[in-house]
Design a protein around this ligand. Structure first.
Ligand code: URA
Length: 232
């Protein structure tokens, strides 16, 4: 059957369809030993041999979904990055998985992994406004004026953030719920209103809570968990 190359790469559990387009643009994908930069390329999934980074990729047999409590100090990547500590070192499974979105190095908390490219695509697609909850610990003064600004949207450098749910949890803790995921968004939002982020932790994605999962630990999600996440 002829299918889009990015869809095939996603079905092989390498990454989401969108990130597959990045791999193609970066010149990391070959079809029958020929490098392609064509984003609209179709392949015959029965006959053609697709390689990513010179390794043949094959459709995944079993889909897995994992939630990790990411520790501070780990980068979110599957690529080797100059021996830096990476979230991939924390997941010890036979099947290859990739992260759905990212948390920055200094942020702790809930991060999902899968080998299901379609699911990753669904979770990351802007159309599917999946809420994410962050807890900010700060040594700055949290005022109602700052909270109002964060709620209404702030300019984080050429982009006005959408409405957010923001509430004070204690004198030095703020809960921020956003449905978008610009790079380092919560840190940038806090900087705009002069809230110094001492610690940032993600505690929820959609209706999936981090719960009691310890820092550095992960668990496999059930089909029921995934169904719930898809239905938000
Ligand atoms: N916002 C941030 O600033 N960092 C993250 O890792 C996620 C959201």
């Amino acid at each position: 059957m002829l299918i889009r190359l990015n869809k095939y790469i996603a079905e092989c559990g390498i990454c989401s369809r969108r990130n597959a387009d990045c791999l193609i643009k970066e010149g990391r994908v070959k079809i029958n030993e020929i490098l392609t930069y064509n984003l609209g390329q179709r392949i015959d999934d029965k006959k053609d041999i697709v390689k990513v980074d010179n390794t043949i990729v094959k459709k995944v047999e079993k889909k897995v979904y994992i939630m990790l409590n990411k520790p501070i100090g780990y980068i979110t990547t599957n690529k080797e990055q100059f021996n830096r500590k990476s979230t991939k070192d924390l997941i010890n499974e036979d099947l290859r998985v990739f992260p759905i979105g990212r948390l920055d190095k200094d942020t702790e908390g809930l991060l999902l992994f899968t080998n299901d490219g379609d699911f990753a695509n669904y979770m990351m697609h802007p159309r599917h406004t999946v809420e994410k909850t962050y807890i900010v610990t700060t040594d700055s003064n949290i005022t109602s004026k700052k909270i109002e600004k964060l709620k209404n949207g702030v300019d984080i450098g050429g982009y006005i953030t959408k409405e957010a749910k923001v509430r004070m949890l204690s004198k030095n803790q703020l809960e921020i719920v956003i449905s978008e995921g610009k790079n380092r968004q919560v840190r940038k939002m806090c900087r705009v209103v002069n809230i110094n982020v001492k610690k940032l932790k993600r505690t929820r994605i959609g209706n999936l809570e981090l719960g009691k999962l310890k820092v550095g630990e992960y668990k496999l999600l059930s089909y029921k968990d995934i169904k719930k996440l898809r239905n938000i």
